[in-house]
Design a binder for this molecule. Structure first.
Ligand code: BGC
Length: 873
């Protein structure tokens, strides 16, 4: 028996880990069960920790138990497993390297371009350069870099690493991540001889990024600051053990006369390809208090590359169609004469006339930098009152002046959400000259699903693409209009996301962003990380369904990945959020408060976004001052229930009692306020789904509400009627009520609004609203995919090393299958209907067990291996 998929803090051989006592995980291959393990950690071949043989089946989150590791430590760890017969397998190893853990590890100075940025002005990309010599035989070389802005690094003309849009998005007032790169191979060794021996040049490019580029819905700029800066430390360790440090300082050359004349994360790039930076100036040393921290997350990198077809629209415009809505870069290789131009505008769709459009994703903003007052006018729909010229935002545009001969362009410091590109050029081009490159965090794909309904498979593909389009260092709502870490979206999508890809380190990083951001009151703002436009997101902060991400995400991470440390790390944040809720209970209206015996457990204060984007006929006016007592009290119950379980689990017993009191109190308050026949007798699905899903109904009310939900769905011809919050719950709630037949009809319904109506309309990603008039790349309604994995294929993680596999066939499907690379190994489930029989085939990973429940109620306990069951259909 051997260990495979060795991970250190969820990462595959991380370089620059920010953790002095990391945890190890693996999965098993061969034999049936692991009876013991032994981990040995070495540094320079010296053992720094030996766990000894531990009689245990644990294979996840085993903490390094030696002396705390130090900055730059390079470690190898190996694991030996014993099988169920006590026979040892081979020693399998992995490695990792610790990053810079202390402020004192940084000897580099922050530097910026030699100019003082002015209001209303945008600046070209900065180029920094340092030439240096290496002295002898190099053992290894590491480059540590971060920036307030976005950067890329080059050593001797070759690109360093694969990370795009580094250092990623955090609240730059509080935290900035650095990345560590292995540059040993790129360095010219000082040993040997020859004219160039030991001569090296490091170059950095610095652009605006999240720091001072436009962000959020209305695209304000300079929200974190006006002066971008960079910090770079190259450490060369020689065979002799000596170390040279090439650190950014005032000796670095600088200029901003290179080809990228303007780069904005959302608006795009303006490039003059013939320009070459002169490096005629010097960098300025600038002050900065922030101490960079390791990202400990998978980094955004270039992924799929797509080539387009060329279409000519009815008006004669030329449009490149990449066939798939993505988020990423655009690129081309074109031969032309100096000064010829090419402009590309990126968009998600064609309009009803078949013309290129950006109308579904753009808002308006002043051409000039603007402040709070303007922001308020824009947010409240008063753009008419804004003075000065307005422009669309984001522009999603690339303007390149070509050089003589071949120009090879690819976006470096902008990301676009697009499937189409409107092409404007007088150069003769071929579609094969162009490419689109998807850019997203390098998560491992962990789940696949396939069934006999091709449209359902396309829905899974669309959902996965929407995830790819939005998981770029932080989970965002959409890659176009806002590109913000909306908490509600990331919360409802967690379970689906975690089937599709390994999101553990990704969400953990985002929870740290959330922690940075929590207000003193305990309120959690609606967008994480803070993106400067605080007012809007603080006002909607605390909204139920959104802010509860502070509790629901750690909870789900714990359940799915078995990670208890996440609970402990974020418990203070969760607790403060609970206190915030508790402080704000009770009706707003005094009379109501007095009259309601359950007042203490009613929740409605603050601003709540409500169900959000139900189909048009059910939709509340989002701007109205509607009391959202129903949604808020329901979530008070739901979140307190989760919190009570968490508190109990980690031994916070007093807290657990308090949370339990509020969970039960809110349930009674809800029952008293929202369980009359008048409340239940509605066709508005969200009002029926929510209490059922969040556990608010008891006894008869529950049965009645479920029955009325079925009726509501039937009355609507099985079309969807929910918004963001309840969409993931509809099919599970119907299934639980014994009506998976109704759930299947909804899933497979092709009449709008429905998931498959989008597919039939040609969608390649998931739309924000059921009507398809807004962003076309919002993953949140794709949260239904969770049901495909956990109910249709029936795979669930039940606990450490255990699964529950309970497929529920239905609808028109004749087969369905899913594979899931869980924390405990690959589990698969496949069922097929043929000749009056249902065959269910499951495979259970080594060292785990599963309870298999067949649709006829038969239960089987199985261990590792393949198992097939056949029953009458
Ligand atoms: C975003 C959503 C978000 C919502 C909440 C929208 O503009 O795109 O995804 O959750 O606002 O208000």
């Amino acid at each position: 028996m051997r260990a495979v998929r060795l991970r250190t803090e969820y990462l595959n051989e991380p370089l620059g880990l920010g953790n002095a006592r990391p945890r190890f995980s693996w999965t098993c291959e061969g034999d049936v069960a692991q009876s013991a393990y032994r981990i040995v950690v070495t540094r320079d071949r010296t053992v720094v920790w030996d766990s000894g043989r531990v009689e245990s089946s644990a294979m996840t989150h085993i903490r390094y138990g030696g002396e705390p590791l130090a900055s730059r430590d390079q470690l190898e760890w190996s694991v030996t497993l014993w099988n169920e017969q006590g026979v040892a397998g081979p020693q399998v190893s992995s490695r990792f390297e610790v990053g810079l853990l202390d402020a004192s590890d940084w000897t580099a100075s922050w530097i910026s371009g030699d100019y003082t940025p002015k209001k209303h002005q945008r600046y070209p990309v900065d180029h920094f350069r340092k030439t240096f010599s290496s002295r002898g035989e190099v053992r290894h070389a590491r480059l540590y870099v971060t920036a307030l802005g976005v950067y890329d690094a080059w050593l001797n003309g070759r690109r360093v690493g694969r990370v795009e849009l580094a250092p990623g998005s955090t609240d730059y007032r509080k935290r900035v991540q650095y990345h560590a790169y292995d540059v040993t191979e790129l360095l010219v060794d000082g040993a040997g001889g020859g004219a160039d021996a030991g001569s090296n040049t490091v170059e950095l490019r610095l652009a605006d990024g999240w720091y001072r580029g436009s962000i959020g819905c209305f695209g304000p700029t300079n929200v974190f600051g006006r002066q971008t800066k960079i910090l770079s430390q190259l450490e060369i360790t020689y065979e002799t053990g000596e170390r040279d440090v090439i650190a950014s300082d005032e000796s670095w050359q600088w200029s901003n006369d290179g080809p990228i004349r303007c780069a904005d994360l959302k608006d795009g790039e303006i490039v003059d390809a013939a320009l070459v930076p002169s490096f005629s100036g010097r960098a300025r040393v600038v002050s900065e208090e922030l101490v960079p921290v390791a990202s400990d997350n998978v980094a955004p990198v270039q992924q799929e590359v797509l080539t387009p077809t060329l279409i000519t629209t009815p008006s004669g415009a030329r449009v490149l169609d990449f066939g798939q809505n993505i988020a990423g870069f655009v690129g081309f290789t074109i031969t032309a004469h100096a000064g010829q131009k090419i402009t590309l505008l990126m968009g998600e769709t064609l309009d009803e006339h078949g013309e290129f459009t950006q109308a579904n994703m753009q808002a308006k903003k002043p051409v000039k930098e603007f402040g709070r007052a303007t922001e308020i006018m824009l947010m409240t729909g008063n753009d008419k009152r804004v003075r000065g010229e307005l422009q669309g935002t984001p522009l999603q545009r690339v303007q390149v002046t070509l050089r003589e001969g071949e120009t090879d362009y690819q976006t470096a410091f902008a990301v676009f959400g697009f499937r189409y590109a409107l092409l404007d050029t007088d150069v003769e081009v071929d579609p094969a000259d162009f490419r689109a490159v998807a850019v997203y965090s390098d998560m491992e794909q962990t789940g696949t699903f396939d069934c006999s309904n091709g449209a359902v498979n396309q829905l899974v593909s669309n959902t996965r693409w929407s995830m790819k389009g939005n998981f770029l260092d932080v989970p965002t709502d959409c890659p176009t209009r806002e590109r913000l870490g909306w908490t509600g979206d990331a919360q409802v999508f967690f379970d689906t996301a975690s089937y599709l890809m390994d999101v553990a380190s990704f969400y953990r990083k985002w929870l740290r962003d959330m922690q940075d951001n929590q207000l003193k009151s305990g309120k959690v703002s609606a967008v994480i990380p803070y993106n400067g436009i605080a007012m809007m997101y603080d006002a909607t902060g605390g909204s139920v369904g959104w802010a509860d991400a502070a509790v629901l995400v750690p909870y789900r991470l714990w359940k799915k990945y078995g990670d208890e440390e996440v609970l402990r790390e974020f418990y203070p944040m969760m607790r403060r959020y609970a206190q915030f809720m508790i402080k704000n209970t009770g009706h707003k209206d005094r009379k109501k408060a007095k009259a309601n015996p359950h007042n203490k457990y009613v929740y409605e204060k603050g601003m709540h976004l409500g169900e959000w984007l139900e189909p048009e006929e059910f939709r509340d006016d989002v701007r109205g001052k509607i009391l959202r007592t129903e949604e808020a009290t329901a979530y008070l119950h739901y979140t307190m229930t989760h919190l009570a379980e968490i508190a109990l689990h980690i031994g916070e017993f007093q807290d657990a009692d308090l949370f339990e009191e509020y969970a039960q109190g809110a349930q009674r308050a809800y029952a008293a306020l929202f369980s009359s026949e008048a409340d239940i007798d509605t066709d508005r699905q969200a009002k029926l789904v929510r209490p059922l899903a969040l556990g608010l109904d008891r006894g008869e009310v529950r049965a009645r509400r479920a029955q009325r939900l079925v009726q509501a769905v039937e009355n609507r011809g099985y079309r969807i009627g929910t918004g963001f919050l309840s969409t993931p719950f509809v099919l599970p709630v119907l299934t639980e009520a014994g009506r998976s037949d109704v759930a299947y009809k909804m899933l497979e319904n092709e009449e709008a609004p429905s998931w498959l109506a989008e597919v039939k309309a040609g969608a390649t990603t998931v739309w924000e609203d059921w009507e398809g008039t807004e962003s076309l790349n919002h993953y949140s309604p794709g949260a239904v995919c969770q049901w495909l994995f956990d109910t249709v294929a029936g795979i669930r993680v039940a606990g450490e090393n255990t699964f529950e596999i309970a497929p529920i066939p239905g609808g028109t499907l004749t087969y369905a299958q899913a594979e899931y690379d869980s924390m405990y190994g690959r589990v698969t489930s496949r069922w097929e209907l043929a000749a009056g029989h249902l065959t269910v085939a499951v495979s259970v990973p080594v060292n785990t067990t599963a309870h298999v429940r067949l649709p006829n109620g038969d239960m089987h306990e199985v261990t590792a291996g393949n198992h097939t069951f056949t029953i009458a259909a």
